[in-house]
Design a protein around this ligand. Structure first.
Ligand code: NIG
Ligand code: FE
Length: 406
């Protein structure tokens, strides 16, 4: 992860959506004949990187929790607010009321913002409907947004995000609904690639998660786990045991869980936006995970409660400055490693001939500026599947009509 394979003064060429050349200028001039209608992007004094892959988002939600955010700033904890009916359940109320009218539009606006900040592939979870119909409706909206939008979007059923109020006192009934009805229906509709469980003392137990993931496996939905976010709950060990495609959060994972993830080759998802936004000083042990040999990736965890950001650039900065990753590790974690956790490593996350031409031209003189010069958007151009989909101009003027074009 420390060797990004940087090519100084390099050239990149794509044809029909795939990269056909990545290397130095002399080889480019010798080997590549440009088509008459070739689009040339100048990258002098700029940096080209793969498009970011955001492999953990809760994209499909309605409403806003800015008032809870203010309560947290006043000293109330996330779990305390949730226990009072706020938290995830307040977004469930807003989301149930909003399906499908405003939701599709808000999904597309979030995808736009992600793309403008350089994310070209993402995962998107349901989890704010918590009925069979509403969870499927959310995944359908994700599927429609994916079709309408240039980004690659993979859906995840997160029916087991919280126990909905109508099942209070009947946990088993709800777990049965997720395992026996939501999973088969989501798989049959073709709207989801993965299923996820929030495995935590305030959400679902390890035994409940095991049952849901067994149903997922039977229907071809690969497991991803919200693991050990608020306590050392044994969820990382479960992720290792079932060979999950992701064990995410891990703020409280213990040595045993770290060893298990590394041994099982389960990707560890680091979500520093959530710890940052919760003002927690307990970050996932990124260094210990890397040293143990685990594959780590970075993601936004975009959601209305704990990480309200679409920007992977921000997450890179937090991964480096709060979790002690190197900038090189953070870039690998936000691209190739994240793509691997989504099962896309053969085509997404690298600048290699044969892979998708998904890349960014960044208006920075060195890749270290991605973190050193933090808090602003460095994306000048986004290319997705070989097409320019974002071109950010200057402040105003003739050249770009004064607008960002998408
Ligand atoms: O990943 N941990 C569970 N789910 C989200 C938070 C969801 C919410 O607060 O709405 C997370 O942090
Ligand atoms: Fe999450």
């Amino acid at each position: 992860m420390r060797d990004l394979g940087v090519i100084e003064g390099g050239c990149l060429a794509s044809r029909e959506g795939k990269i056909v050349f990545a290397g130095n200028r002399a080889d480019f001039e010798r080997d590549v004949s440009l088509a008459d209608d070739a689009v040339i992007l100048e990258g002098t004094d700029r940096v080209v990187v793969p498009g970011f892959v955001d492999a953990h988002t809760h994209l499909a939600f309605a409403g806003s929790r800015h008032e809870e955010f203010a309560l947290r700033l006043d000293g109330h904890s996330y779990e305390e607010i949730a226990a009072r009916g706020g938290g995830i359940l307040s977004t469930v109320r807003a989301t149930r009321a909003a399906i499908p009218e405003e939701l599709g539009e808000s999904l597309l606006r979030r995808l736009d913002r992600m793309l403008l900040h350089g994310t070209t592939t993402c995962e998107a979870k349901s989890g704010y409907g918590l009925t069979l119909e509403s969870e499927l409706a959310l995944l359908r909206l994700v599927d429609e947004a994916a079709t309408a939008h240039p980004m690659t979007v993979l859906g995840t059923l997160l029916g087991a995000h919280a126990l909905p109020p109508e099942y209070r006192g009947d946990r088993d009934g709800y777990v049965t609904l997720v395992a026996e009805r939501m999973i088969p229906a989501a798989a049959a509709a073709g709207f989801a690639s993965f299923c996820d469980v929030f495995c935590e003392r305030s959400a679902f137990t390890v035994a409940e998660a095991r049952r849901i993931f067994a149903a997922g496996a039977a229907h071809g939905l690969a497991p991803r786990v919200h693991a050990d976010q608020l306590s050392d709950f044994g969820a990382a060990n479960l992720a290792a045991e079932i060979g999950a495609t992701a064990a995410d959060h891990l703020d409280h994972v213990g040595d045993d869980g770290i060893r298990a993830l590394a041994a099982a080759g389960v990707p560890a998802g680091l979500l520093p936006g959530a710890t940052f936004c919760l003002k927690s000083t307990r970050h996932a042990p990124a260094r210990r995970l890397v040293e143990a040999g685990a594959s780590i990736y970075l993601a936004t965890d975009l959601n209305p409660g704990t990480s309200r950001t679409e920007s992977m650039q921000e997450i890179l900065a937090l991964g480096v400055l709060l979790m002690d990753l190197s900038v090189e590790e953070a870039i690998a974690a936000a691209t190739v490693n994240a793509a691997a956790s989504l099962g896309l490593a053969d085509r997404i996350g690298g600048l290699v001939p044969g892979m998708n031409a998904d890349f960014l031209v960044l208006d920075i003189p060195h890749y270290l500026h991605l973190v050193y010069h933090f808090g602003v958007n460095h994306v000048a151009t986004v290319v997705k599947d070989g097409r320019v989909v974002v071109e950010q101009g200057g402040l105003s003027g003739e050249e770009n009509g004064g607008e960002d074009v998408l």
